[in-house]
Design a protein around this ligand. Sequence first.
Ligand SMILES: [Zn+2]
Length: 233
Amino acid sequence: MGSKLLEYQKLDIELKKIKKEMNANNSNTSVENLNVLIKDAQNKILELEETSKELLASFEKLMEVQKKGLLYVQKNKDADVDKMSENELKDFEAKMNQTAKQLSELENRMLSHNQEVKKVVAEYKTYRKKILDAKEAKENFKNQSNEKIENNTPGIEEIKNKMFELEKNIEPSKLAKYKSMKQDGIFPVLVPLVDKRCGGCRVELSSSTLDKLKNGGVYECEQCRRLIYSNKD
Ligand SMILES: [Zn+2]
């Protein structure tokens, strides 16, 4: 009885090994490439966030200069030109013209600034999308590759068939226990007796337990719940 289950577990271990190897060969490089792509896009986004902070700061400066220029115009628009001498008038006109010119230049700079902001926003969106796409591709790849491996590998198929055949000869309650423990991450489920100890957690077994094991069969470890078998039968 124990030996069938042991044979079953050997196949299970072999299956696990093949799956692990295939996963390592197949998906890891692709997933790794996607991870690099995601990391790059995330770094780019951080850079864009810095750039947008700088753009905001420089825009505030431009606004400040514009405000000063407009205030100057406001203050001087009601100036009494009739009372000015010819030189004062020339000077005044020159200053107003200069301010007007500066304001118009400022407007151009604000327009090009605006273009930059639009560019940053567009780039930001592009990189966000890249990240989302890569994450989705990664997820798809993982699901797909697991399925592919299990369906298209003759070795795996063969082992699975053997296991299926063996299942018929294993006591259902033992098989159920095996499966549920494996599900819980306890694997291997069956462990040998090693120097009067559990081969899984190394706890020392009582002499009455050892006697039971000598008569064949398996014994559930009280500490780790693994099924202990004796090699000597
Ligand atoms: Zn144990």
